[in-house]
Design a protein around this ligand. Structure first.
Ligand SMILES: *[C@@H]1O[C@H](CO)[C@@H](O)[C@H](O)[C@H]1NC(C)=O
Ligand SMILES: *[C@@H]1O[C@H](CO)[C@@H](O)[C@H](O)[C@H]1NC(C)=O
Ligand SMILES: *[C@@H]1O[C@H](CO)[C@@H](O)[C@H](O)[C@H]1NC(C)=O
Ligand SMILES: *[C@@H]1O[C@H](CO)[C@@H](O)[C@H](O)[C@H]1NC(C)=O
Ligand SMILES: *[C@@H]1O[C@H](CO)[C@@H](O)[C@H](O)[C@H]1NC(C)=O
Length: 444
């Protein structure tokens, strides 16, 4: 697949023409009269009178085909027999495109698409005129996680989960094309699985635990790193003396409190050999008082965590479909097992005005592929979930609107660039840069 595609401009004009709300924009940008593009009749575009698409999947009006494909009625009806064969493989589960649908000849086009549009009413606003997916770096099949953009240095940090591996990986966006290198913090930070930038520092959540690794002792917790100096600090590493299991991901609220998920994945990735001392859970950490307070304990494996742009809602993903053997007599721990019937749901909660409690837990969405490992948010309030071979863009109510397809397993994403207009996807086997018409939240 060729990942660098720029849509021919004439297709964009056609898109503007048939999208009535853009009529004004069109008259503003087209040069006087003479070169109006010819628009294919709606029937030719595969759109019926009532706005439905005629086939299962087809060209989206105004976009290159098959890079962008519109799916009729959210794909809810497949004619004839069909089967999506479940593939219980960690990090490489079955994909939507792997569904066999012999009576729907247009279904197979889906496997060539970079973008699937489930909802044509907002999908084109999300894509913008020139959506693209670029495969930037090939990486090995280890989990590449915890991506975080540092605006102070214009670099993207992330981690590779591997026993004894201490450097952070750093993408330098000051270079064109961007370069990738390894850098060790002072002192080192081990197995950072989540990252946020806040007031000049990167905050990493870590799942690494080791008493003697290159002369250092590591416990899962939250660490800070100044990307300008490389200096690091640990700011929370225990719950009244208990080790955390693995502080997988974190998020920072509008009061500066750190909310983090604690789960069992340190054991299966062998970066933490300690037997669990507590159940999993989600905590809030008041950085002023030092208080660590459990706020949620109902998920099997709490993992991705993100606030809505107004901090009134917290989203948490449960990735319990990836399950862990909890038995300290079994060393090393067996590798992660994946079962598609397990927990793959993302939930939403109201955040109390005091910013102390979570209320009103509700189901948001079940991952279309694999699990929603990392979840992000756009400035506009769309959820961005790294799920299997791609990224789902969801409404704040958890409705899939657009899917970005990749040829590697995406575990999480980060917004990057001076305008926060690049969405980078990280996972097993690859790193990609996605361009949409969305932006990341304004960094603090
Ligand atoms: C990485 O994973 C993919 C998908 O499971 C597989 O096809 C490939 O052979 C793996 N590569 C290595 C080096 O293990
Ligand atoms: C700590 O890391 C070292 C180096 O990778 C490894 O050999 C050792 O087994 C680890 N110790 C524990 C207790 O996991
Ligand atoms: C955090 O701690 C500070 C200092 O004790 C306190 O003033 C503040 O109210 C606390 N915030 C929350 C949300 O509990
Ligand atoms: C997945 O879970 C289902 C239901 O619990 C079970 O029947 C099935 O055997 C499991 N599959 C694997 C591969 O463990
Ligand atoms: C994904 O596509 C890129 C770019 O074409 C290619 O270099 C890479 O090998 C592909 N990865 C896999 C796992 O197919």
């Amino acid at each position: 697949m060729d990942f660098r595609r720029i849509m021919p401009i004439t297709k964009f004009w056609a898109y503007l023409l048939i999208t009535s709300q853009f009529a004004l924009v069109l008259s503003a940008v087209l040069p006087d009269g003479n070169s109006h593009p010819k628009i294919a009749p709606r029937e030719e575009q595969g759109v019926t009178q009532n706005g439905d698409l005629k086939a299962f999947s087809m060209q989206c009006p105004g976009y290159a085909f098959p890079q962008v494909i519109c799916i009729s009625r959210c794909g809810s009806l497949i004619h004839g027999d069909f089967e999506r064969k479940v593939r219980d493989v960690v990090g490489d589960s079955d994909t939507y495109e792997s569904t066999s649908a012999p009576s729907e000849p247009t279904f197979q086009d889906i496997s060539y698409a970079d973008f699937l549009v489930w909802d044509t009413s907002v999908g084109f606003e999300i894509l913008g005129p020139q959506p693209s997916v670029e495969f930037i770096f090939a990486v090995d099949n280890a989990s590449h996680v915890g991506p975080v953009y540092a605006p102070t240095t214009n670099e993207l940090y992330f981690s590779r989960l591997s026993l004894g591996f201490l450097p952070q990986l750093v993408i330098d966006l000051n270079q064109n094309p961007p370069t990738l290198s390894e850098r060790v913090a002072n002192p080192p930070i081990y197995a950072g699985t989540g990252g946020r930038f806040y007031k000049g520092l990167i905050y990493f959540s870590t799942i690494g635990g080791n008493s003697s690794l290159e002369g250092h002792s590591f416990r899962p917790g939250v660490y800070t790193l100044d990307p300008r100096t490389g200096k690091s600090n640990v700011i929370v590493n225990n719950y009244y003396g208990y080790y955390f299991n693995g502080v997988d991901d974190l998020e920072i609220d509008d009061h500066g409190q750190i909310w983090f998920t604690d789960n069992n994945y340190g054991r299966t990735s062998h970066v933490n050999t300690h037997a669990p001392q507590m159940g999993v859970g989600t905590y809030r950490f008041n950085t002023s008082s030092g208080l660590v307070s459990l706020v949620e304990d109902s998920l099997l494996e709490p993992n991705g965590i993100i606030f809505s742009p107004d901090f009134q809602t917290l989203y948490l993903s449960d990735t319990g479909a990836g399950s862990v053997v909890i038995d300290d007599r079994v060393v090393p721990a067996p590798p992660l097992a994946y079962n598609s019937t397990g927990a793959r749901t993302t939930y939403a909660y109201d955040v109390s005005n005091s910013r102390k409690r979570l209320l009103n837990k509700r189901v948001l969405y079940r991952a279309i592929e694999y699990v929603a490992d990392g979840i992000g948010i756009s400035r506009e309030g769309y959820l961005v979930a790294g799920t299997g071979h791609g990224v789902d863009i969801l409404s704040a109510d958890g409705e899939p609107l657009v899917r970005v397809q990749t040829n590697f397993t995406v575990l999480n994403t980060a917004w990057a660039g001076k305008e926060s207009d690049e969405l980078w996807a990280f996972g097993k086997g690859g790193i990609a840069r996605i361009r949409l018409a969305l932006k990341g939240p304004k960094p603090e």
